[in-house]
Design a binder for this molecule. Structure first.
Ligand code: FPP
Length: 253
């Protein structure tokens, strides 16, 4: 029996977040430039986007470029931006045909003009789609996102639009870049690194974390199935006891 058949399609996460790591090492192991790893990484992106669409996953967030990634050598940063533009030009129509809706989170204004243009085109073209929501985290920093949310709230309080007593988790969530998306239930990081790296720090509070040794350019749908199966074998307790969870799930059957 293959892994897909073992997955319970009625208990899939609504939102999967991925840290696509290991492109550089994958390329170096082959005696190639790091950028070659990013190019090959796009093949994995295509396969995982298609697979999530086929499975009926509602949201997939990919960490495509962190705010810290600006500190990489200029040649690599330029190559990543060019790769983003070329990929959007090549794939946007196909994404649209597959009913995928594109979104971006992060410091959009810091991206080069040509990237913003292509991203806006893809976002507008796919705005009415109802299938997979593909969220690209670009120039993204979770600490910056939380700081920005605090700033927006502070301005509202200063203007009298919001009273400090009215601030609660729900209201705070509405000021994050991800205000319109559910929190991820599963976060996958490839390449054997065990860190969150400033990714969705607020939203991952209750996410199941899945780490694999596989480098991103080797990550294929079978690896995603493995992650989903592993996710389904875990007991999500949200601070409750095992007994409470079992009683609730029996009541719901
Ligand atoms: C991390 O690997 C990966 C990135 C910083 C970039 C990810 C980008 C892509 C997969 C391609 C572009 C994506 C889209 C959506 C078009 P790393 O370079 O840190 O690898 P290393 O840890 O081995 O050095």
């Amino acid at each position: 029996m293959d892994t897909l058949e073992l997955i319970d399609r009625s208990r899939l996460p609504k939102h999967i977040a991925i840290i696509m790591d290991g492109n550089g090492r994958w390329a170096k192991e082959r005696g190639e430039d790091r950028v070659y790893g990013h190019y090959e990484g796009v093949i994995s992106v295509r396969e995982i986007v298609n697979t999530c669409g086929e499975l009926g996953i509602a949201y997939l967030t990919l960490y495509a470029f962190s705010a810290e990634n600006w500190n990489r050598p200029k040649g690599e940063v330029d190559a990543l931006m060019e790769l983003l533009v070329n990929t959007l030009r090549k794939e946007a129509d196909e994404l649209n045909r597959k009913n995928v809706r594109m979104h971006v989170i992060g410091d959009f204004g810091s991206l080069p003009e040509i990237c913003r243009q292509e991203l806006n085109e893809a976002i507008n073209m796919t705005a009415c789609n109802t299938g997979l929501n593909l969220v690209l985290a670009l120039s993204y920093s979770a600490r910056q996102e939380i700081t920005d949310a605090c700033k927006k709230i502070a301005v509202k309080v200063a203007n009298g639009e919001l009273k400090p007593g009215e601030l609660n988790e729900q209201v705070f969530h509405q000021h994050l870049y991800t205000a319109d998306y559910p929190d991820p239930e599963l976060m996958i990081r490839t390449s054997g690194e065990y860190r969150i790296s400033n990714y969705l720090l607020y939203q991952l509070a209750y996410a199941e974390l899945y780490f694999t040794q596989v480098n991103w350019p080797d990550f294929r749908k079978e690896h995603l199935y493995e992650a989903l199966l592993n996710y389904q074998q875990r007991e999500r307790r949200f601070g409750k006891t095992s007994e409470q969870i079992q009683t609730t799930s029996t009541q719901h059957v």
